[in-house]
Design a protein around this ligand. Structure first.
Ligand SMILES: NC(=O)c1ccc[n+]([C@@H]2O[C@H](COP(=O)([O-])OP(=O)(O)OC[C@H]3O[C@@H](n4cnc5c(N)ncnc54)[C@H](OP(=O)(O)O)[C@@H]3O)[C@@H](O)[C@H]2O)c1
Length: 364
């Protein structure tokens, strides 16, 4: 087992090459094709992988025996190419011997994930818990159940997320549903689980971000997207907030001695249910899914940067990992640049306090 010291390493100094593009130009780029836009326009590089990490894959996952793990959003489908990144993260961890809880809304899909993991890894220890991140009562009930179990937690993978639907929807708490699911819910969950993590062994939090966060333009006066909802910008903004929270969590953990390492990761572009269960095949994303299959790597590979962040002794608190091939869209894990829109510590403080307020939690 890797020691706590091995898990906590100095994060690499970020490389400031991001560009400050306007929201309008970024949305325009998104319409052309996010995957292409992410490469950059006019020489401005927004997000890219690197070759700083030697090739790392499933066979490099160290033994995880005894590690207590929670992965949010692990769905299983009988069809190939529908089970998401959370399924592959849970499978990789269970195969390595971890005790895994997967938590999401849909029990049938959760049970199918467990059935498939069991078929691939008969010794795997996996169970399902119901959790709706877009419902703060569900988040609080879930964290209360976890706390009542009296167990610590060694790894939280904040993976679950939604791309959102074409029409604006609201969560049961009255928040715009994409921001509720991708930003407020995971933050509230993390707050509720922090005491368990602080009692864990070499605890880590991995935040599943997105290269799309580079296109985020968080409008703190309209976080609920009441003025102009558009699913792509709602998604980008929510993922920008998620990345900012991941980085700020590491800063606060160091400042306050929580002993918890916080790491961000993104999968590049992967074939999952995200588009199918979100804006659908008739959306711009769906068009890309149908017509640009080469852009979508399989979910097993897309899960690797998060797995690297979760288990590698080389993964550093406050770092950001994503695919190192094809301009950060696909490939094995590499170090990703944090986009400019997520670097400002003052913005991070504001986002953190706003998420505390909206989630009615204190993450401290
Ligand atoms: N695929 C990509 O190219 C890509 C790129 C960048 C980032 N990501 C991120 O990767 C993560 C996983 O996505 P994926 O691609 O694997 O998509 P996916 O197959 O659709 O999986 C999403 C998972 O999130 C769960 N979920 C959605 N809303 C939830 C809620 N309100 N409460 C609890 N769980 C909820 C879903 O659970 P149910 O089955 O219960 O609905 C599902 O298990 C997301 O955060 C996504 O933003 C994906």
């Amino acid at each position: 087992m890797t020691s706590p010291q091995d898990y906590r390493q100095t994060p690499p100094e970020p490389d400031h090459r991001g560009g400050g593009l306007s929201r309008r130009s970024l949305l325009g780029m998104a319409a052309i094709g996010t995957t292409i836009a992410a490469v950059g326009i006019g020489g401005t590089r927004l997000w890219t992988g690197s070759s700083e990490i030697p090739d790392w894959t499933y066979k490099d996952i160290p033994p995880q025996n005894g590690r207590r793990v929670l992965v949010t959003g692990a769905n299983g489908y009988p069809e190939e190419d529908r089970s998401g990144l959370g399924y592959h993260i849970a499978l990789g961890l269970a195969r390595a011997g971890a005790d895994v809880i997967i938590a999401s809304r849909n029990q049938t899909r959760g049970e199918e994930a467990i059935r498939r993991i069991g078929a691939e890894s008969p010794a795997g220890r996996v169970r399902f818990e119901t959790l709706d991140l877009a419902d703060l009562k569900s988040v609080k009930d879930f964290t209360a159940r976890m706390q009542a179990s009296g167990n610590g937690l060694d790894l939280l993978v904040n993976n679950a997320g939604t791309m959102g639907t074409l029409e604006r929807q609201e969560s049961i708490d009255g928040f715009e549903r994409v921001f509720a699911t991708n930003a407020i819910g995971p933050f509230a969950l993390t707050a509720g689980l922090l005491p368990l993590l602080r009692n864990g062994n070499a605890p880590r939090i991995v935040w599943m971000c997105s290269g799309r966060s580079a296109f985020g333009a968080l409008d703190l006066d309209d976080l609920q997207q009441e003025n102009a909802y558009e699913y792509a910008s709602a998604y980008n903004d929510s993922k920008q907030a998620h990345l900012i929270a991941a980085l700020e969590c590491e800063r606060r953990s160091r400042a306050h001695g929580w002993g918890v390492v916080s790491i961000a990761a993104h999968p590049g572009v992967a074939r999952t249910s995200l588009i199918l269960d979100g804006p659908g095949l008739d959306s711009a994303e769906g068009w890309r899914r149908r017509n640009m299959p080469f852009m979508f790597q399989d979910a097993a590979q897309g899960a690797l940067p998060a797995l690297y962040a979760a288990v590698s002794s080389q993964a550093a608190g406050g770092a950001y990992y994503g695919p190192k091939g094809l301009m950060g869209i696909r490939g094995l894990p590499g170090v990703s640049q944090v986009p400019d829109n997520s670097r400002d510590p003052q913005l991070a403080t504001t986002v953190w306090e706003t998420l505390e307020q909206l989630g009615t939690v204190s993450l401290r």
